[in-house]
Design a binder for this molecule. Sequence first.
Ligand code: E4P
Length: 215
Amino acid sequence: MDLYIDTANLDEIKQAAALGVLDGVTTNPSLIAKEKVPYAKRLAEICEFVKGPVSAEVVATDYDGMMSEAEPLRKIAENIVIKLPITVDGLRACKTLSDKGVKTNMTLCFQPLQALMVAKAGAFLVSPFIGRLDDVSEDGMDLIHKIRQIYDNYGFPTKILAASIRHPKHMVDCALAGADVSTVPMSVIKQVLSHPLTDSGLKKFVEDYKKAFGG
Ligand code: E4P
């Protein structure tokens, strides 16, 4: 399973990239707005650090607007993936861009047939939002399982990018369910790398070494 970081914060992106296991970045308008920097500038800065797919979302909600925003976004860098909402206009934009060879990430996916439609339109990635479904007492993981089965039934190459991940259990379940990518905040990357038994075990190893060999 590929690992993307879900942030527009450069320090977090640099920290995650330094781990050597970062495959890409997802941003959205809310994440970039939090950084209080110009939209395109921040995307260009991210693309300097990460050579894998970097999702850049349009904010237009109509087809023509999405198409005109996609053009400058994709010129920012070769690894930009155009992120579009799964709406009627978003689906049309996905088809037009995919036919031209432009990679898309279809976002705000909350039910399996949205994923089927964007796969038919040639999407590179689909982003089911697990945490936001859990927030409204639905089962986010069930959506991942259903999309995986539909894509496998018909051999769709669209990658399942599990999004809105809130904790390591979401990530484990995504890996078990066969999600192609998990995009996670830095807080979850840190949680994944921490376990109390690792900490206590390491402390004991170091203490025993010092007792026996000094230093
Ligand atoms: C994914 O592309 C989104 O940016 C993100 O995962 C949304 O997560 P949230 O529900 O925690 O805002």
